[in-house]
Design a protein around this ligand. Structure first.
Ligand SMILES: CC(C)[C@H](C(=O)O)[C@@H](O)C(=O)O
Ligand code: SF4
Length: 465
């Protein structure tokens, strides 16, 4: 029988599939951060159980960490407690933790690939919805809840319902400055935040294979915003090249064996998907979200929609309330929307490629009057690399703040936040009400779009730069 990549990974990880019970999957890699793990460790402690395989786990501190003045004590007592608890839990259980002072620190989904910890064909979990990022390597990677975190720590297995499969085909060539982020947003715009519910998405087509590993990570990262359980891209030469020589990649001795397995993973020619969605890369304009859900998004050359333009009652109401929250009038040109704040960073767009493209746009510009712009590398390695390339200088010369790594303003848990009514061009993945601070307004964009908005003080069609 012809199988999709998802089915191959599923079948090879199935431990038991007994009648009346959810199938049990083997878990290769378990990623952790300080927010969703404390109760799981507590549960283990109470039941007197141990972590089954500490080597399957990699942990970071990312959500609560400050992005400046790291030498000072952490001011927020909740953040301080979370960070201390994480350190104690990892120590007690012998886990590999890259804490705030470790040169490998950063956002979990940026750090993990840097060390080659996830390989094609693996099952990867984390108490975090953006675990989907690692699907870029052809691994089945998805977020789990805290009680599941405890289960995986104790058993290295997880009860899972099998998903349906969706193929999203993106052929053609992206226009200048359009990026993986724009593909991701265009997909969410097309299928909606519930479009992928119940599915694992496999991204295929020439525009996907043309993406760098960073781009594939950006794309898979947002599979969750389209409602999917996970996103996958078939491994290819770029994947192998990226992994080769990294700390946790298979060593030379096992490389050929690993490669042979990885090459068996891509979906068989003629394998049947439960659903197929097709997009043309050439038609994807740089995207800007206008609402409070990642599906409320449009091209930069477009306008803010009017509620009446939606035939669906639910979507019309959602548009109305989003426009009220965002303080936007229907039919406003996207390029006429001003910004007060610009954030480049997060596990969606906090990688070196993101800062390179943003620096290219920011070079020689000045942040517009009244605008605050911050660049927050996704990891310390990204930060170092960017500094080696002189990118930090480009940003600071242009009036940007260059920060320490962390989730930062992606979800504003560390004190980096918008004030009420501030409007932000953000390279993160969620524009929910209050996501970047109470009363803050988020517009999701690519790094290049964010950099252009910082200089102009409003959104700009970067294809015309
Ligand atoms: C804190 C964590 C549970 C959450 C997630 O699951 O994604 C966060 O990372 C986010 O991006 O909203
Ligand atoms: S960067 Fe944002 S999306 Fe990614 S893990 Fe942190 S909070 Fe979640």
């Amino acid at each position: 029988m012809k199988k999709t990549m998802y089915e191959k990974i599923w079948d090879s990880h199935l431990v038991v599939d007994a009648d009346g019970q959810a199938p049990l999957l083997f878990v290769d890699r378990h990623l952790m951060h300080e927010v969703t793990s404390p109760q799981a460790f507590e549960g283990l402690r109470i039941s007197g159980r141990k972590v089954r395989n500490p080597h399957s786990i990699l942990a970071t501190m990312d959500h609560c960490v400050p992005t400046k003045n790291r030498d000072l004590p952490i001011a927020d007592p909740i953040a301080k407690k979370q960070i201390e608890t994480m350190a104690e839990n990892c120590k007690e259980n012998g886990l590999n933790l890259y804490d705030m002072k470790n040169p490998n620190n950063g956002v979990i989904h940026v750090v993990v690939p840097e060390h080659g910890f996830v390989h094609p064909g693996m099952v990867v979990v984390c108490g975090d919805s953006h675990t989907a990022t690692h699907g870029a390597f052809g691994a089945l990677a998805f977020g789990i809840g805290t009680s599941e975190v405890e289960h995986v720590m104790a058993t290295q297995t997880l009860p899972q319902k099998k998903s349906k499969t969706m193929q999203i085909v993106v052929n053609g060539t992206l226009s200048k400055y359009a990026s993986a982020k724009d593909i991701a947003l265009a997909i969410t715009g097309k299928i909606g935040t519930a479009g992928g519910t119940g599915y694992v998405i496999e991204y295929t087509g020439s525009a996907i294979t043309a993406l760098s590993m960073e781009g594939r990570m950006t794309l898979c990262n947002m599979a969750i915003e389209a409602g999917a359980r996970a996103g996958l891209v078939a491994p290819d030469e770029k994947t192998y090249e990226f992994l080769k020589g990294r700390e946790f990649a298979p060593s030379a001795e096992y490389w050929d064996q690993a490669l042979a397995y990885w090459k068996s993973l891509p979906s068989d020619e003629g394998a049947v998907f439960d659903a197929t969605v097709i997009l043309d890369a050439a038609e994807i304009a740089p995207q800007v979200s206008w609402g409070t859900s990642p599906e409320q998004v449009t091209g930069v050359d477009s306008i803010v929609p009017a509620p009446e333009s939606f035939s669906d009652e639910g979507k019309r109401k959602a548009c109305e309330s989003a426009l009220a929250y965002m303080d936007l009038q229907p039919n406003t040109k996207i390029t006429d929307i001003p910004v007060d704040f610009v954030f480049i960073g997060s596990c969606t767009n906090g990688r070196i490629e993101d800062f390179r493209i943003a620096a290219e746009v920011a070079k020689g510009t000045k942040v517009a009057n009244g605008v605050t712009a911050i660049a927050v590398p996704g990891s310390y390695h990204v930060k170092q690399q960017a500094e080696q390339e002189g990118l930090d200088k480009i940003f600071t010369d242009a009036g940007w703040e260059w920060r320490e790594p962390g989730c930062s303003m992606c979800l504003a848990m560390n004190g980096d936040e918008l004030t009420k009514g501030q409007r932000c061009a953000s390279t993160s993945n969620r524009n929910f009400e209050g996501r970047q601070g109470k009363g803050g307004r988020t517009h999701l964009v690519s790094p290049a779009m964010a950099a252009a908005a910082a200089a102009a003080g409003h959104f700009v069609d970067i294809r015309k730069l």
